[in-house]
Design a protein around this ligand. Structure first.
Ligand code: ATP
Length: 390
């Protein structure tokens, strides 16, 4: 196990056709702790795969430093970085059994002469036993011991994925690098394998860097999540902190489903002691400490952010939210019952709000509804910088 440190990491490609420079990774600084499960997440093209490939040594950085443990690895070839990779396209050798597929990488790491000697010297026999031990242990961890003699064509997609993971585990690396390893699996299997990967990480404790564009995967798997956009690291924190305290509009909108509501025509006004937020059809009083942070914005336009779960049908709101008295009259556009909750689309003045409210709601399409907004959890963003104010 080892920590991984990225310092001022940059990567610029020159587009083969247009000859223009593309900055794929822009001055990324990140420390992944020893034994941590770190997720790199962001939309397509944000630079997460390039970051991963630079850590793996498959791509050279334009500038910056990469350390694995205390060692600077910029000039160390991939095979000597003590890492193991699992990719989306985990091609298994079709003519080899599961056992051979898992053992192959370890055998390859030996010199041919050593391989030949395998059955001829005590040391080589010991090595062979070590490979056997590692393969059987990994197979046991992954629950595929009964499949060791099978060929890949006789396996399901999920089982093949586990063999690919097994191939990485037997290396007993200091760091696992995983690039969208679950995206070829169907939704149910992906969910199941996600849980298995979390358990595996808990059991093995190996530092893991996991790339995905799926924010649900990121939120459920990462001990910390690094959110990227346009090659730039936007924020890195625990899933809870990213969700509760997003640093900017992008992070706020990217994490959480349904997405955070943004009311762009909101304005900070001050009639009494503390500033409050006014938007057409909405007026929010924030708790004093948070409201005071808005003093510098009185008279200015801001972006108000409200998560769908922080909007309540007033008939079903908890006492803590009712006590805030942040009510608004809205009109119900759509009701989507989901069993335990209902997703409702509401019109508040010119704004449309999505809310996840109690399934017992009496909300009916076309009818007015009184809602309550939990202003303790509302977010306010600077219109120009898009950074969070509170
Ligand atoms: P995805 O989820 O689609 O894989 P990503 O976030 O992993 O996206 P990267 O693959 O790291 O993004 O790509 C980042 C940017 O660098 C993109 O604009 C991409 O087009 C560009 N890029 C990546 N590889 C090359 C290359 N070999 N030559 C030129 N541009 C490249």
């Amino acid at each position: 196990m080892a920590r991984v440190t990225l310092t001022n990491l940059n990567k610029t490609f020159v587009d083969a056709q247009s000859k223009k420079e593309v900055t794929a990774v822009n001055n990324v600084n990140l420390e992944i702790h020893d034994g941590e499960f770190m997720v790199l997440v962001g939309p397509s093209g944000c630079g997460k795969t390039t970051t991963m490939r630079m850590i793996a040594g498959l791509e050279e950085s334009t500038s910056g430093e990469i350390r694995i443990g205390d060692r600077v690895v910029n000039d160390v070839p991939p095979r000597d970085r003590n890492i193991a990779m699992v990719f989306q396209n985990y091609a298994l050798y079709p003519h080899m059994s599961v056992y051979e597929n898992m053992a192959f990488g370890l055998k390859l790491r030996m010199l041919p002469s050593m391989w030949w000697q395998m059955t001829h010297s005590a040391e080589a026999r010991e090595r062979k036993n070590d490979i056997d031990r590692r393969v059987r242990k990994a197979a046991d961890t992954l629950g595929i011991s009964h499949l060791l003699d099978r060929k890949p064509r006789a396996l399901s997609g999920g089982q093949r994925q586990r063999v690919a993971l097994g191939r990485a585990i037997v290396r007993e690396p200091q760091v696992f690098l995983m690039d969208e390893p679950l995206s070829n699996l169907d939704a149910k299997l992906r969910e199941q394998t996600r849980t298995e990967l979390i358990r595996l990480h808990r059991d093995l404790g190996v530092t893991t860097i996991y790339v995905t564009h799926d924010q649900v995967e990121a939120m459920t798997m990462g001990q910390r999540i690094a959110v990227m956009k346009d090659g730039i690291m936007q924020q890195c924190d625990t899933p809870e902190n990213l969700y509760r305290n997003p640093a900017n509009l992008f992070v706020a909108g990217f994490l959480g489903t349904p997405s955070m509501n943004f009311v762009r025509s909101a304005r900070i006004v001050k009639n009494g002691a503390a500033p409050l937020i006014e938007a057409p059809g909405l007026r929010l009083h924030l708790p004093e400490e948070r409201a005071n942070a808005l003093n510098a914005y009185v008279g200015k336009e801001v972006v108000l952010g409200i998560r769908p779960v922080d909007i309540y049908d007033q008939a079903h709101a908890p006492a803590r939210v009712s006590a805030q008295k942040n009510t608004a009259q809205v009109v119900v556009d759509v009701v989507e019952p989901l069993g335990s909750k209902s997703t409702v689309y509401l019109t508040a003045g010119p704004s449309t709000l999505v809310a996840e409210i109690d399934a017992e709601t009496q909300a009916r399409v076309g009818q007015p509804l009184e809602i309550l907004v939990d202003a303790e959890r509302a977010h306010v963003f600077d219109t120009e910088t898009e950074r969070a104010i509170v």
